[in-house]
Design a protein around this ligand. Structure first.
Ligand code: SF4
Length: 359
């Protein structure tokens, strides 16, 4: 199933852990960006016939209603009505998600709203530099629920100095909000972000306990962990993201957006100025072949906890790896499929290392 991804790289401020391509900019700069993005949409319209749409960021809801409308109209002119996509998601953060914007998303037929909460605890929201409070989130979420049945909430585990009890209470709080989908990531403190500069480090053992606890709480509340970091109620799995893990084709538009088309993966420049001025926006492009291609397909497919049916080629190329991972009880076979074991789920990076170069 082909997907279309559009990147909006603006945010109200920079969170202290953020390593995404996101900037705080003026309205005139945003106007220039949307103009250039619309040109890119027009120029690349024939590269794919997408079934799913995902507008991510950054914070797409940070754009003004006028700029959002300009973007939606351009998408519709080039790819057809948004309501005709099989799934259409837009990411939002509550500090910029006004009632008018919620109604605008609904009017254009978006089927899914993805909200960044990260923690339902004001103490930790402050520590990680989020621009909202829990109270503000709840107010906007309550309104959004009236318009959207399918809402995702993003959560982060292992925040600086967070205890297991505090984290578990947070997961329970989010469950009580009954979103259809929850994405849960472990905090990563990469060089350059504010938390790194402040000297914070992460505790891997505690993180593992948190992820295990969250999985148990969520499964118990009726959510299925269908991917390493994603939990959904029945029928609410993200089709757009599943396409990535199934190595489907996708076109990414906007600064730093990635594409995978006809076996070629490419990424647009992450330099905003270059994005605005250069006709050729591609910063990196590579055609994967042979073992590297099959290895990447395996890594993506293994992220889905239901597993995947390996092709003959995969079995030939990686027989030794599959055998040793089975021996270590990190993957297992079920009905012709290969999947991560419970232990493998938490040691996924160790599993994935088998399928990346050097082999
Ligand atoms: S909202 Fe997301 S993209 Fe924006 S600064 Fe925070 S973490 Fe980064």
């Amino acid at each position: 199933m082909n997907g279309l991804y559009i990147h909006i790289p603006f945010c109200v401020s920079k969170c202290f852990y953020c390593n995404f391509v996101s900037f705080k900019t003026s309205l005139s700069f945003q106007k220039k960006y949307i103009k250039e993005l619309c040109t890119e949409i027009k120029n690349k319209r024939n590269l794919i016939k997408p079934k799913t749409l995902y507008i991510g960021g950054g914070t797409p809801s940070f754009l003004s209603p006028q700029l959002l409308t300009e973007l939606f109209k351009t998408i519709e002119k080039n790819f057809g009505p948004i309501k005709n996509f099989k799934e259409s998601t837009i990411e939002a953060n509550v500090e910029s998600l006004t009632p008018a914007k919620i109604k605008l998303f609904k009017k254009y037929g978006f089927t899914r709203l993805s909200l960044g909460l990260q923690s339902p605890d004001n103490k930790y929201l402050k520590i990680i530099g989020r621009a909202h409070t829990l109270e503000h989130f709840l107010k906007v979420y309550t309104l959004a629920k009236k318009y959207f049945d399918n809402i995702n909430i993003d959560l982060i585990a292992n925040l600086p100095n967070q205890t297991l009890a505090e984290f578990s209470a947070g997961v329970k709080k989010v469950i009580s909000l009954k979103p259809k989908h929850i994405s849960l990531y472990a905090l990563e403190i990469e060089e350059g972000c504010v938390l790194y500069q402040k000297g914070f480090t992460t505790d891997d053992d505690l993180c593992l306990k948190m992820l295990k606890k969250a999985a148990a709480l969520l499964e118990n509340a009726g959510y299925t962990q269908y991917e390493i970091s994603n939990f959904a109620q029945k029928g609410a799995e993200s089709l757009h993201n599943k396409n990535y893990w199934q190595s489907g084709s996708y076109l990414g538009l906007g600064v730093a957006a990635s594409s995978y088309l006809k076996g070629v993966r490419s990424t647009n420049t992450s330099d905003l100025k270059k994005y605005l001025t250069q006709k050729n926006k591609t910063a990196f492009s590579e055609k994967l072949t042979g073992k590297a291609k099959e290895g990447e397909r395996i890594i993506l497919a293994l992220r889905m906890l239901d597993g995947f049916k390996p092709t003959k080629k995969m079995l030939q190329l990686f027989k030794k790896d599959f055998d040793s991972l089975k021996k270590e009880k990190l993957i297992f076979s079920k009905q012709g499929k290969l999947a991560l074991t419970e232990q493998g789920k938490y040691l996924a990076n160790q599993v994935f290392r088998h399928f990346v170069e050097p082999f």
